[in-house]
Design a protein around this ligand. Sequence first.
Ligand SMILES: NC(=O)c1ccc[n+]([C@@H]2O[C@H](COP(=O)([O-])OP(=O)(O)OC[C@H]3O[C@@H](n4cnc5c(N)ncnc54)[C@H](OP(=O)(O)O)[C@@H]3O)[C@@H](O)[C@H]2O)c1
Length: 332
Amino acid sequence: MTDSIRVVQYGLGPIGCGTARLIAERAGLDLVGGIDINPAKVGQDLGDLIGLPGALGIPVDAKLVDCLQRTAADVVVHTTSSSFKRVWDQLVGIVQAGIHVVSTTEELAYPWWSAPELSRQLDRIAKDNGVSVLATGVNPGFTMDTWPLAMTAVCQEVRRVKVIRIQDASSRRLPFQKKIGAGRTLTEFQELVAAGTLRHVGLTESIAMIAAGLGWKLDDIRDDIEPIIAEERISSPYLTVEPGQAAGVKQIGRGLAKSEELISMDFQAYIGSPETYDAVYIMGTPNMEVVIKGGAHGDIATKSIAVNAIRRVVEAPPGLKTMLDLPIVTCC
Ligand SMILES: NC(=O)c1ccc[n+]([C@@H]2O[C@H](COP(=O)([O-])OP(=O)(O)OC[C@H]3O[C@@H](n4cnc5c(N)ncnc54)[C@H](OP(=O)(O)O)[C@@H]3O)[C@@H](O)[C@H]2O)c1
């Protein structure tokens, strides 16, 4: 490995372009490639596409194999999809090329509860190839799991954990606003929920990670979703929500052991929320309540934690990792 860590950005949507910009600007990291399946992006100069002041002289590739014909790489920052199953082939391709992965795939943040067999397989393939794989982000990855777990370090005992994340989604990127159903009729909202394409992905993973971190054995994890309905016309920079349409989601997550709720999550993201904050409540000795006024901005936080985690992932022993396995990730 050279002194600088050579990084390829895989997926050039709003988050991927943002992580690529951070990588390009960060001392010690070297942005050496960019990959996206969108034909409109393939062949463009990477620097131009991600909004750097000048071209990088690196064309965007459609596939990892094309990219690796031009350059070697140490790490791929992977930002293509929320679904572990959907990104499986992408991850295996990266890992089998002997390259570490930092992904923002929500279902990969703690996949051991929902997909234990796939997790074991990926862990094995990563170990066989001597690389590590981590998924992180704001949530899952920090505000509803890593941060509450870190707070419990100063507790003698913990009986329950509750996390609330309320966001005005107006300042979030368009894919996020779409994912929470903003601007949908209630019928469309319910249809998309039933199809599994409308929801914030990650409460189950955060709950499972907290339970694992505290050594709790859960019997069940629930994740219930309902629309937050606009009472008046509201607009974001990207879309307008009419009265009676969905402005976003309210999702309640519960981690249960013997029918007792040990972990609860209240996630609300909608256009026009009058307040934005993150709050963690630890019921134990001592009781604790910590609020981040204004909340962690989801897009800034996700880009930052993904890039800040690169060095930790390179230094980690091989295998499938979660934020529980790594030393604390800092801005570095
Ligand atoms: N953990 C967290 O807290 C957190 C926070 C924010 C975002 N995320 C996740 O991070 C991901 C990126 O977010 P985003 O808003 O940038 O999403 P996005 O707008 O969907 O961008 C994904 C990009 O990847 C491309 N892509 C899809 N499949 C690909 C493939 N097989 N090979 C190469 N490129 C591919 C897409 O191309 P097309 O445009 O052609 O589809 C698109 O350009 C999303 O899955 C999002 O849910 C996680």
